[in-house]
Design a protein around this ligand. Structure first.
Ligand SMILES: Cc1cc2nc3c(=O)[nH]c(=O)nc-3n(C[C@H](O)[C@H](O)[C@H](O)COP(=O)(O)O)c2cc1C
Length: 353
């Protein structure tokens, strides 16, 4: 299973534990994944530079193996559309149920990226990965000088070509099945919902840097398929969400294997940016007034108190239950057991004729 990416990163297996901002990718998850011979990734997009420093030190105290730090690229400000009053009225109903004070319309949000990038350049992780768009060329050049490998996220061939031209070292091809936020940045997101099976070989043909398939890959069959399609590795998020070390609540962990693929939706309800998750009461209510959803990151700020309270209470009606379309295949096990199983299953799938 030797691939260019494995050589570059000195990984044992062609697997990346996906970065998942919002608490799932704890230092325990990242370090256990890296110890198991795959690339652990810290989803740091919602972390302050100080929190990133502390998490990286903690991971390094646990393992000398490579890991990635992942951030969200800056996105252009979107104009407010729709009726903010109607969205606030919906939030007020949920706040009341949760015993929270009345919601207020969020003010302008500062872009955390410059400070976060400083932390990455200071910490020099093996990999800096990102989604939501492009990173300035001077930052990518600094990473190269410092020996930090860069990985961008594409949902179309055009995005993959743009990232290669920017100078990234590898590209995640994120299929429509993928859990969490869409990485789309060039085209309309609906037109950029291309399945992993269709996207991966096209991106592999279009660029010369290593390609990492992502979206709906839950077991060794999916990893073998990704490699057969021309990918150097598979990036898996949902499969790692239900591990013992993942930071999501028990209630959320229990939902994933019990769900059906038909419950999976792409929604702007929680953050203002399209993301895939399992449908719940808040998603349905907000999508019913979709035109009134605030642009990212304002909707994200608006729904944060509700999501935080819901997380503490294990209330799955108000949490963003991000997960890929193949979530029903998720299993509760340790990260080490998951990686061992994936390796066995990949070998078995590759041996099958
Ligand atoms: C809970 C969750 C959070 C995510 N957060 C991020 C993130 O912070 N950065 C990122 O690049 N991708 C993020 N993703 C997307 C993953 O990188 C990956 O594309 C996706 O998990 C692949 O689909 P799968 O979940 O079916 O494996 C997230 C995915 C999930 C499920």
């Amino acid at each position: 299973m030797a691939t260019r990416l494995l050589d570059l990163l000195k990984l044992d297996h062609p697997i990346i534990q996906a970065p998942m901002a919002g608490g799932a990718t704890t230092v325990e998850l990242v370090s256990e994944a890296s110890k198991a011979g795959v690339l652990g990734s810290l989803g740091a997009a919602y972390m302050s530079p100080e929190q990133i420093d502390a998490a990286a030190a903690d991971i390094r105290a646990r393992t000398p193996r490579p890991f990635a730090i992942n951030l969200f690229a800056s996105v252009p400000d979107q104009p407010m559309q729709g009726d903010t009053g109607r969205m606030l009225a919906l939030m007020a109903r949920y706040h009341e149920q949760l015993g929270l004070p009345a919601p207020a319309a969020p003010g302008p949000q500062a872009d955390p990226l410059p400070g976060q990038i400083e932390a990455v350049l200071r910490l020099r992780p093996a990999v800096f990965s990102f989604t939501f768009g492009r990173i300035p060329a001077d930052v990518l050049a600094r990473c190269r000088q410092l020996g930090i490998l860069t990985i961008g996220t594409a949902t179309t061939v055009r995005e993959a070509i743009a990232l290669e031209q920017d100078g990234v070292d590898a590209i995640v091809a994120q299929g429509a099945e993928a859990g969490g936020h869409r990485g789309t940045f060039l085209e309309d997101f609906e037109q950029s919902l291309i399945g992993t099976m269709a996207l991966t070989p096209q991106v592999a043909d279009a660029v010369s840097v290593p390609v990492i398939a992502s979206g709906g890959i839950m077991d060794g069959r999916g990893i073998a398929a990704a490699l057969a399609l021309g990918a150097d590795a598979a990036q898996m998020g949902t499969a790692f969400l239900t591990t013992d070390e993942s930071g999501i609540s028990d209630a959320y962990k229990a939902v994933l294997p019990a769900s059906r693929s038909e419950q999976s939706r792409v929604t702007r309800a929680f953050s203002g940016r399209p993301a895939r998750g399992i449908s719940n009461a808040f998603m349905r209510d907000a999508d019913a007034i979709a035109a009134d959803i605030l642009p990212y990151p304002l909707q994200n700020a608006l729904t944060r108190p509700m999501r935080t309270a819901g997380g503490k209470a294990g209330n799955i009606n108000v949490l963003s239950l991000w997960a890929g379309q193949a979530a029903p295949l998720a299993r509760r096990e340790s990260t080490a057991d998951l990686v061992q199983r994936l390796v066995r299953e990949t070998q078995a799938a590759q041996a099958r004729r």
